[in-house]
Design a protein around this ligand. Structure first.
Ligand code: TRP
Length: 349
């Protein structure tokens, strides 16, 4: 019950924010981000990247954190982190994020951001942390004991959002508990010390949850994801071996035919056509024809992004510069906020 209420309230706040965004984009500070655990894929692209670029181009102050500390909430190794971070910057730029407009940074590089964690941790209780549904789900998925960092990472995410006074956070539904916690942390800090922080609103991205090639959510760990960085050949192979069924006539039926329908949705997103029209057009030509159509649409759609990716890859020192500049700016912002926090808490000596 309680969570339904919260969802409806959050949905309402999200809708209101969307309306105000149209009228006055420059009054918004957006913060969102990703964990650098691998390459970005079509699910990220249609689920959030397109929207970030739209907000950026509309004049919202856009900030994107590459959440490298969040990687070790549930894994032991950081061996791939460096490579993943640089590739993430490449993916961002290839998709249209402009480092002149969007501040891209790694939160481990910003000590004053991380220092916010201490006062913020004092504002939440153990039981609030333990009942966070995302933390619970991630603990189970990881097969690990619950680490202190996994338990408290929602508070760290509040640091990510509040250090730059973010007031809108585009997220999927699964992240809403973290936004709620961030609002509580902001409110409690403001009440206890001095009004420093906004209470950010989660901006629910439209229900484009792009299915993976098997109809489940697209995720690298399911092996059903089309990476932006994959080659056209790799993409063709992945689509070719995706699970369909033996029925010849192509129909759109996500419940009954998840594999076929996922292919149709993928084609729909990358062509701008409706799933049903594509299904009707292919008709009795069968899954082979459908797969050929999907391969052509995806590879066609991604071609310019992949081309830009290849160019960017050739100049890694530029990528490093982009990140260094984002980190420099984020450090300045974080230091100013931490100064305010220490002032509010009477801790300036
Ligand atoms: N937890 C987010 C994810 O797994 C990534 C993230 C880190 C984030 N910090 C954030 C998202 C701040 C929004 C705001 O996708």
């Amino acid at each position: 019950m309680a969570s339904t209420d919260t969802f409806l309230t959050q949905k309402k706040m999200s809708d209101e924010a969307k309306e105000r965004l149209e009228k006055d984009p420059s009054s918004f500070i957006m913060l969102t981000g990703d964990r650098p655990t691998g390459r970005l894929h079509l699910g990220h692209y249609f689920g959030t990247l397109v929207n970030r670029v739209k907000l950026q181009d509309a004049g919202v102050h856009t900030n994107v954190v590459i959440a490298d500390y969040q990687v070790i909430t549930d894994r032991d190794s950081t061996a791939e982190i460096h490579d993943n971070v640089l590739n993430m910057v490449i993916d961002y730029l290839a998709c249209g994020l402009d480092p002149e407009k969007t501040m891209i940074f790694t939160h481990s590089s910003i000590p004053p951001l991380n220092q916010l964690m201490l006062p913020f941790l004092s504002l939440v209780s153990e039981s609030e942390l333990l009942r966070n549904p995302t933390v619970k789900a991630e603990k189970e998925a990881s097969g690990h004991a619950l680490t202190g960092l996994l338990l408290t990472y929602p508070v760290h995410q509040a640091c990510d959002i509040l250090f730059c006074k973010g007031n809108i956070v585009p997220v999927g539904k699964d992240q809403l508990p973290h936004i709620e916690l961030t609002r509580q942390v902001a409110r409690r800090f403001n009440e206890r010390f001095a009004p420093v922080f906004p209470e950010p609103v989660g901006l629910l991205t439209e229900a484009v949850e792009i299915p993976g090639l098997d109809g489940r959510k697209m995720s690298k760990s399911y092996g059903n994801a089309i990476s932006l960085s994959a080659t056209a050949e790799e993409t063709a192979k992945l689509i070719k071996k995706s699970q369909t069924d033996s029925e010849r006539k192509i129909t759109f039926d996500p419940e009954g035919r998840p594999g076929v329908s996922a292919l149709l949705t993928t084609a729909a997103l990358t062509t701008g056509r409706a799933e049903k029209d594509i299904a009707d057009e292919i008709g009795d030509a069968g899954c082979g024809a459908l797969k050929a159509y999907v391969t052509e649409s995806v590879n066609g759609y991604l071609a310019p992004i992949r081309e830009r990716r290849r160019e960017l890859e050739r100049d890694l020192s530029y990528i490093e510069d982009v990140l260094a500049e984002g980190n420099r700016r984020a450090l300045e912002v974080a230091q100013a906020t931490l100064d305010e926090v220490r002032e509010a808490m009477g801790m300036v000596y």
